[in-house]
Design a protein around this ligand. Structure first.
Ligand SMILES: [Zn+2]
Length: 144
């Protein structure tokens, strides 16, 4: 399934290369789907919460900083793969535990420096224009 998707993307970039002037802009939906795929792949398709023992059927990609922030919205660095329990469902989840980041740092899942760098990027003003989306899309495709 992944292979055919890659082939499809390859075809599309070839097609775009031939018609650079009236290139079809990448949609948010497509970018976020690519962001999710890259996140899960990087995580080895496992929940990244320390010592997760949950029996889950579905793995989700969480935005460390809210996806409302354009500068970090499509960054692979701003993602973490989580099972539903550690994403949104439990009091220990990313959406409910105010100490979630600290737990990641204490357990070596991410470093303090990593969060500092991500915070700098989050505070950068960025317009959500087509060239930004294209740039982010290419970066994500490199990770797939
Ligand atoms: Zn989990």
């Amino acid at each position: 399934m992944r292979k055919s998707k890659q082939e499809e993307n390859l075809f599309e970039s070839e097609r775009n290369g031939r018609q650079k002037k009236n290139k079809v802009p990448i949609t948010d939906k497509r970018l976020l789907a690519t962001w999710r795929d890259a996140c899960l792949k990087r995580a080895g398709n496992k929940c990244e919460y320390p010592n997760c023992r949950i029996q889950y059927t579905q793995l989700q990609a969480h935005h460390i900083y809210s996806r409302r922030g354009v500068s970090t919205r499509y960054l692979l660095e701003n993602s973490i793969a989580l099972c539903p329990f550690h994403h949104t469902m439990s009091s220990l989840s990313a959406h409910h535990d105010p100490d979630f980041k600290s737990i990641l740092i204490e357990n070596g899942v991410r470093t303090e420096q990593f969060f500092q760098e991500l915070r700098i990027e989050r505070n950068r003003t960025q317009k959500n224009n087509d060239s930004w989306k294209e740039f982010c899309y290419q970066k994500l495709m490199e990770a797939l």
